[in-house]
Design a protein around this ligand. Structure first.
Ligand SMILES: N[C@@H](CCC[C@H](N)C(=O)O)C(=O)O
Length: 277
């Protein structure tokens, strides 16, 4: 049998979206491993399974991201922005709430895209998690000087002179798999633009490679840069290869992630039918 999907991307971080209310996929991990493959499948950084609750004001959408390795990620900044656009299109609203494993986010339409209020972030080792007695700030792990933060998912953030000079596919995997991270980590490098903003590159856990953009990574750069005194800009402009993101801070002290979202195309994928009882 086949299941329809809609393909979205947020600054190049791309996802197949499947309506989880309408379509049952018995083995989500198998589907993600097969269809996220950029050679033999549709090609994407993950599959978002979305279940809409239209009765609420604003409407709610339950978001589950299954990554190309078949595992579930608790949170995804760009995925949340794509999920919000999908839900806003379906409900004709300009605001939605998104339920993730890392917490509930509010998302609003902006002039040029979608902004989400991120979940609470932490530098606490237990919350990242990292096996350390105190917060990890500018410490060398597997050859890279990193600061550890959890912005919904863990990021090892490293500031360098020029992100384009970093051989990320070589430098990142030892950090991503370092023993001190019981659940692994994303690895994000950033270089200052001299104007309070940063260029970004991220090697993503679950994708096991570099993506064109990572929303939790952009927020990680902004909060770590502010914490270390590298910027006092608000919003902080963060530029991954796939487009420009803005990270601002609201009066609740929460980070807001904003940027464009695009609907690319629709299609169908084949799945095994559910086993009848
Ligand atoms: N691309 C995402 C992050 C997705 C989760 C990450 N790969 C993980 O496993 O922690 C984003 O935009 O935040």
């Amino acid at each position: 049998m086949t299941v329809p999907f809609e393909k979205y991307h947020g600054t190049g971080n791309d996802f197949l979206i499947i309506d989880a209310d309408e379509h049952t996929v018995p083995d989500r991990g198998e589907l993600a491993r097969r269809e996220c493959d950029r050679t033999d499948g549709v090609g994407a950084d993950g599959i978002l399974f979305l279940a809409l609750e239209e009765a609420f004001q604003p409407p709610r959408v339950v978001m589950t991201l299954v990554q190309p390795d078949g595992e579930t990620a608790p949170m995804c900044g760009n995925g949340a922005r794509c999920a919000a656009e999908w839900a806003m299109q379906r409900t004709g609203t300009d605001s939605v709430m998104i339920d993730t494993q890392a917490g509930t986010l509010r998302a609003d339409r902006t002039d040029d895209g979608v902004a989400v209020e991120m979940t609470e972030l932490t530098f606490d080792p237990a919350g990242i998690p990292v096996d350390a007695d105190e917060g990890v700030f500018e410490e060398e792990i597997e050859g890279l000087e990193v600061t550890m933060v959890n912005t919904g998912v863990p990021h090892a953030v490293s500031f360098v002179d020029d992100v384009d000079d970093v051989d990320l596919e070589t430098v990142a995997p030892p950090v991503r798999h370092a023993d001190v991270f019981p659940r692994g980590t994303n690895v994000t490098v950033a270089s200052p633009d001299g104007d309070g903003g940063f260029s970004q590159r991220t090697y993503e856990r679950g994708v096991e490679g570099e993506t064109d953009s990572c929303g939790t990574g952009a927020v990680a750069i902004a909060v770590v840069a502010r914490r270390l005194g590298y910027t006092d800009a608000d919003p902080v402009e963060v530029r991954p290869p796939g487009g420009d993101l803005q990270v601002s801070f609201n009066d609740r002290g929460r980070a807001m992630l904003a940027g464009p979202v695009e609907h690319e195309f629709d299609g169908e994928v084949s799945v095994e039918p559910p086993i009848e009882p």
